[in-house]
Ligand binder design. Sequence first.
Ligand SMILES: [Zn+2]
Length: 338
Amino acid sequence: MSAEPPPPFNVPASATTVKISVIDSTVSLPGAPCSILWSPTIKGFDRLKAGTWCFLIEHPSGRKLIYDLGCRKDWENLPPAVNLKQNIPADALAYFRVEKNVAEILTEGGVDLHDIEGVIWSHFHFDHTGDVSTTVQEMDFSESDLRLGRFEAIDYFGDRSFYILNSPGHAVGHINALARTHASPSPGFIHLCGDTVHHAGEMRPTPFQPLPDSIEPSPVPRWYATTCPGHIFEPLLRNGSKSEHILESIDYAAGLDIERKFAGIYDDVALKESVCKTEELDADDDVFTIMAHDWSLKGVIPEWPESLNKWRERRWEQETRWKFLEDFQGACSPQPDS
Ligand SMILES: [Zn+2]
């Protein structure tokens, strides 16, 4: 099946890049039931096995930003509205762990926290906001005419090296970000999509990235050492289509005794729109998309203090694009090539 080209996102040219690094915030979320996040249910895909990625963005001028902070270590002291004992299923909370605040991780690595000019929260949920007391500044997209793809965008540094993208739906005020890693005329970007998408099965396959006939590297090396036939995943395809994403996000607050304020008024219509926009950027060859909770990347991409800037040269995007399918092997079985 041939891929349709994604719509161009027409990002303006720039010679300025930022350095971007990914930090494991030491949050461990191995118990959340998949059934509160996604439909359909998939055999063997029962519990979310993930942590929370955070990102250090360093501008050549010396200015530094953090995108997301994981969860604060003393999560028992979160305010009552985000009381985890009230809002998270007890069997999931039993496995919830936070080893360190991101501030500790950075300090231990030699970063002076005074050098960080701002923290960008993808959204206000407890597993992203960390432990920070500061003045919150709202991003006002109505003051910018800039569009990247179909996203409303703000050029943070004013030199086209780092953009904030408006992506509401998962929570009120959710924002993605786009960091330029490669200068024009061969631009490259890392796209941080926060919780707009929690699992790559929510944004792949699409008409722009249909399920391939053969997948390399194999997402199930115990069955296929190097190249895996795509057809073994056909039992997962929605409507039998190789160009529809496998999972659909559902209202995570619907089945829980949860405060709607905590849920941030999940907006299904806005989320579907933001997911479509995210899929379009994800399919662009110049873009490597990273979700906040995508633990299929763990051990494949290098973590801070290494940078992610050589993602294109090291082929991390190609290596990880279909790796998420490993989570669904309980619903598939090895078969001879057809
Ligand atoms: Zn999250």
